[in-house]
Design a protein around this ligand. Structure first.
Ligand code: AMP
Length: 282
């Protein structure tokens, strides 16, 4: 698997592909790849002639007390996953390649970032929007693939390309879970065996919420109260948030009368995990 470290190298490769008339798909990641990332790479390689995968732990999207330094990294393992999934090249820049001395331009968003992870992680989406815009400008793909695991991020990116007239199709891909239900995440590696068992409370509660909606419950408070109670029954779990928001605006709603997102962030010990489900309109 070809791994390139500089903007110049990835641009040269993509422009060679363009000369040959190839379409280009793009999967941005922070590495330590698993089957969730692999599903995005597979989808991209099915729909495009060539697929670029970026592996970049973006310092700008981590808050001061978050896990930037301990975030897991393993580029050799990543390159195997990219190869097996049909990716063609990895762009793996160092932070100083992405943020040159004197870097001072940012892409930010209001409204959609006010709730959920945007509320708990105030600098997060500014970092995400800035790095994704940079990566889009560097790679210039036709299509880019994002997981519904990070549902607010997916909504933010879709909104950003619309607002800023970025000519890239954004494709959302379903959450990939372990057999036991736990959503796959690079951060699952932080969990001890005991914590892994406790972490199942997230997916169990998601499935419970899905059932309540399926059975006709439309009152958000009733659904959220039941979900919170369920999470609180797990001693190692501490709720950051459990909310239901309008899918377009990411603002909280009281009744499910439009497409919505039910999302949660829960600490299992020191590890913050997220999970969610979409609620279609009746
Ligand atoms: P990350 O490396 O965590 O920044 O994730 C890179 C991309 O992979 C994002 O678009 C994520 O939403 C997506 N992703 C991460 N975990 C999963 C999963 N379990 N299922 C589907 N997509 C995922």
């Amino acid at each position: 698997m070809k791994i390139v470290k500089t903007v110049e190298e990835i641009r040269n490769q993509v422009s060679e592909w363009r000369k040959e008339g190839f379409s280009v798909g793009f999967v941005p990641t922070m590495g330590y790849l698993h089957e969730g990332h692999a599903s995005l790479i597979k989808k991209s390689s099915e729909n495009n002639d060539r697929t670029v995968v970026s592996v970049f732990v973006n310092p700008m999207q981590f808050g001061a007390n978050e896990d930037l330094d301990s975030y897991p990294r393993d580029i050799e393992h990543d390159s195997k996953i990219v190869e097996e999934s049909g990716g063609d090249i990895i762009f793996n820049p160092e932070p100083d390649e992405m943020y040159k001395n004197g870097f001072s331009s940012f892409v930010d968003m209001t409204v959609l970032t006010q709730e959920l992870c945007g509320l708990s992680r105030p600098v997060h989406f500014r970092g995400v929007c800035t790095v994704v815009t940079k990566l889009f400008n560097i790679v210039k793909p036709d299509r880019a693939y994002f997981g519904q695991k990070d549902a607010q991020q997916l909504a933010v990116i879709k909104h950003m390309v619309r607002d800023l007239n970025i000519d890239i199709e954004i494709i959302g891909c379903p959450i990939v879970r372990e057999e036991n239900g736990l959503a796959k995440s690079s951060r699952n590696t932080y969990l001890s065996d005991e914590e892994k068992k406790s972490a199942l409370i997230l997916s169990k509660t998601i499935f419970m919420g899905i059932d309540m909606v399926k059975n006709g419950e439309r009152d958000c408070n009733i659904i959220l109260d039941a979900m919170k109670k369920n999470i609180e029954s797990e001693p190692l779990a501490k709720i950051d948030y459990v909310k239901i928001v309008d899918l377009d605006t990411m603002q909280m709603i009281e009744k499910i009368d439009r497409p919505a997102l039910c999302a949660m962030a829960v600490y299992i010990g020191k590890t913050r995990l997220i999970d969610n489900f979409f609620i279609e309109q009746d």
